[in-house]
Design a protein around this ligand. Sequence first.
Ligand code: TXA
Ligand code: MG
Length: 332
Amino acid sequence: MGVTAEQSGQELPLPLIEEAVRRLRSGEVVAFPTETVYGLGADALNAQAVREVFALKRRPTEHPLIVHCVDGQAARRWASEFPPAAGLLAARFWPGPLTLVVPAALDLPRAVTGGQDSVGLRVPAHPVARQLLKAFGGPLAAPSANRFGQVSPTSSQHVRDEFPEAGFLILNGGPCEVGIESTIVACLHGAVTLLRPGIITPEDIFGCLGLFPLHSTAAGPRVSGSLESHYAPRARVELAPADQLERHLAATKSGAKTLLLLAQKPDHPLPPLVEFRAIPDDPRELARVLYSLLREGDERGFDRLLFVQPANEGVGLAVGDRLRRASGGRNG
Ligand code: TXA
Ligand code: MG
């Protein structure tokens, strides 16, 4: 399937891209790297190919897919309206880890939008994604390349592990730089709303628009990542407020093999069955390795992964969001 490990951020040999394009044109799916996570791509204008993506992921068909485009101009083609706020955000952050939800063009198949009249548009920055989009010459619908409700893949190996039996091509673009999914901002009905936090932060959006985005409510558009338990590993993820770590550690159930993921090893002794794993202090660095850490916890057979809640600001907002979803609400 994929090719031998490539360095993150490098283009792939042309014949491989041509093979990917040939498959996409014949309605097959192809997994490809983006700077955030790996995507499971299909021709966005081929409803049958899009249905295949939903089937592979076992994702309910009313959950919309993001449409990936080579540049801002190509993206606008799939919007019936591109509000001024979307224009400013696109100019500032594309190509990059930002998805804009705007009114969908009438001729965009509703299989992609989950039947909604809005569409999530994204112009990825990863050189392989750009190479593929350019060679394909059209929009690619792509969710994260994982089964519904599982942790997003940040390497081609993760994609292979997620779909061991699937025969689709996996383009290997190395480990993803960002490590968590794109920030999603809806520009609809005159409002700017943050649907999913990411490494483009509310502060970054303020810097661009001079206003903070609203936070999404249950009444907003459907976002599958907004389900309570999502991005969940098998191990139980627990989030401790910084000042309550000792209490959480003391409450370690007998027999529960626990991995404590912290920037610095506590200076008090750890209870039996608790192993310490050093993780980056900086939330941006933590985001990059977060999903590998969750997978590692499962692979090494831990029952419980214990993290300290990151501060609810900047990139910490996105890391905390993913950890809370991975915990299925068990925290505090
Ligand atoms: O970083 C990313 O965004 C990755 C890479 C592959 O681009 N993609 C990704 O796709 O995370 P997915 O399908 O796993 O998550 C996309 C989220 C879903 O929660 C979906 O509901 C939401 O985007 N979404 C897409 N279109 C939408 C729309 N029209 N309205 C509201 N939410 C939308
Ligand atoms: Mg996903």
